[in-house]
Write a protein that binds this ligand. Sequence first.
Ligand code: EPZ
Length: 438
Amino acid sequence: MEKYVIQGGKPLRGTVEISGAKNAAVAIIPAAIMVRGVCRLENLPQISDTDTLLHTLTYMGAKVNMINPSTVELDCTHVQMDVLPEDMWVRTRKIRASYYLIGAMLGRFGRARTTMPGGCNFGVRPIDQHLKGLSALGADISLSGGFINATAKNGRLTGTTVYLDKVSVGATINIMIAAATAEGRTVIENVAREPHIVDLANFLNSMGADVRGAGTDVIKIRGVKQLHGGTYALIPDQIEAGTYMAAVAAAGGAVRVANVIPKHLECISSKLREMNVEVEEGDDYVLVRRDGPLHPTNLKTKPYPGFPTDMQPQMTAVLCCAPGVSVVTEGVWNNGRFKYVGELKKMGARIEVEDQSAFLQGVDRLTGAVVRACDLRAGAAMVIAGLAARGETKIEDIVYIERGYQDIVGKFRALGADMRCVDEPDEAQADPACVSAG
Ligand code: EPZ
């Protein structure tokens, strides 16, 4: 199996270009189903999740024309439902974002059929708020045989007011997509405010939708009959950028993290500064430098503009190397999202998890080991730990990392890391807590 091999301990230096945002791409590609005409998407990340969704659209009858590796023209004028073969469903259900097909199909066809979503395995991931919102818009929803079936009464959804009981990125996006072509006005209250929510709203508006308020906690949508073609460039990936920033913090050195929106990185930058890492903001880049010892700190994840849960494992890996006591608390996912700590412990990290918090006693240096990527961000945390560690680290199950990081090996190698991808049999002792899944 393919794995990453890292000889740690080399400071990182140079410039890294951040790719388009994965979590914007996985919402915008399904939303393109609703567009009648050619929709040109620029700054798409080249990752396996976007490949899978583009394949799904191809099977549905979309014309997918790759202009260059990060630009695609999609023509969904003649897409159909009920045409995906079984093996495509097996692939599609591996990505969490397949649930956006429900909103998009309802918006386009007035009915939807898709698999129950998969995604990174860090515990129970309910979709009750998605279903509540879509039902409020007039969809009859039933679950059977691992599939979700939904039908709009009278063939078209109808605008209404939806209050989300829990701030949910996915539910906000799904309802927003479905409401874009619903009859009348939809108001969604207590919505998520992540940068990719704003990006999706901007995408929909550039295709003729009328979505206002994205980035605040109330989104108002006036439904339009149909969406038309256009061109849209995705925002850079906040979490990919944060991952490289965290890597510099852990391994030391000085890196220009380019093609970013520094405002999206503010909470990460200020946390790194508390840890004795210099972060200087430019117009579309941040300069990250760490020469001295790391300082311990506490952090708690929250919905945007709070500290992102998708940076929690990476920051935990950095704090393992900050002498002193740090506490990391997960405030978004109820299950703590700490399945990976057993892997960090294999590298000499001192961490105890209790309920929603990890208590860390930082060590001077981690030591290389054979570890596994339990999920996408946990895998990124292993890369960071490996770059900072003394000796060799092998990371298995890298398929999870490649779902969300474009050319991670090439980008770290360009910064001077000794990292390569090899194909050899697995060696890691399976930790039952770190069970990888779709
Ligand atoms: C999105 O997942 C991201 N995925 C996740 O990133 C990210 O961790 C998460 O938002 C939070 O920021 C994508 O965008 C594809 P949620 P999502 O609905 O939408 C609860 C990564 O690493 N909840 O905001 O699935 C839920 O259990 C991935 O890139 C309900 O109770 O997350 C959680 O506690 C992993 N009912 C909280 O809300 C629902 O119907 C936030 O979940 C939906 C969610």
